[in-house]
Design a protein. Structure first.
Length: 200
């Protein structure tokens, strides 16, 4: 039963890894088609936004399952607060971003300078916040790395790199590249961690 539970989380983590680049690609296509072909300048809610909502839901679930795995297999609870912060950050980031887009749609046309400033402040605050949380998660995992399997250590290193990129803000595009990589490593943790525990 436990094995099936973590296998499901592993499969969903793979779906999560696929959905992110798919959503970004569709978002770029939407923008090009809307602006270049139909001359639509007003923001809109498209398929990429709906995919990101699904992505966020799966991300919340996989984070909760990762926390559960740390509890059940390692009796490790030190990440509980940080993981919950990550979960609420993901939900609020998605909700605020979608809400901001809807407001711009309602009050369109808007002052482009004000819109750019609001977006920049929102993005900077969001990236710095999640970057600090990611770094703290990585540090905590690496401090006791001798107790964890190689995939959890790999997850910690990727999370650390992503956190550093996020905190700098300017390097946040590199952190986006690491999102699907991190999800794949998380899937490997769900699929293979039990085998590693037997040898720890």
């Amino acid at each position: 039963m436990e094995e099936n539970k973590y296998k499901l989380a592993g499969y969903l983590a793979i779906v999560q890894a696929v959905l992110f680049p798919v959503s970004v690609t569709i978002g770029i296509v939407e923008a090009v088609v809307a602006g270049g072909i139909f001359n639509i300048k007003k923001p809109f809610i498209g398929p990429s936004d709906l995919i990101m909502i699904v992505f966020t839901g799966i991300a919340v679930y996989t984070l909760l399952m990762f926390r559960r795995l740390l509890h059940e297999r390692y009796n490790y609870h030190d990440l509980d607060i940080l993981i919950m912060i990550s979960i609420w950050w993901a939900i609020m980031f998605q909700a605020f971003g979608l809400g901001l887009n809807i407001l711009v749609m309602i009050f369109w046309p808007v002052n482009t300078i004000i819109m750019a400033v609001v977006f920049l402040v929102f993005l900077t605050a969001a990236m710095v916040t999640v970057g600090i949380v990611d770094i703290l998660i990585a540090v905590k995992l690496l401090r006791i790395k001798e107790n964890f399997g190689e995939y959890i250590r790999a997850f910690a290193y990727i999370t650390m790199a992503a956190g550093i990129c996020e905190v700098t803000v300017l390097l946040f595009p590199l952190a986006l590249v690491m999102v699907p990589i991190s999800a794949i490593v998380l899937a490997l943790i769900f699929f293979r961690d039990q085998q590693e525990v037997e040898f720890v």
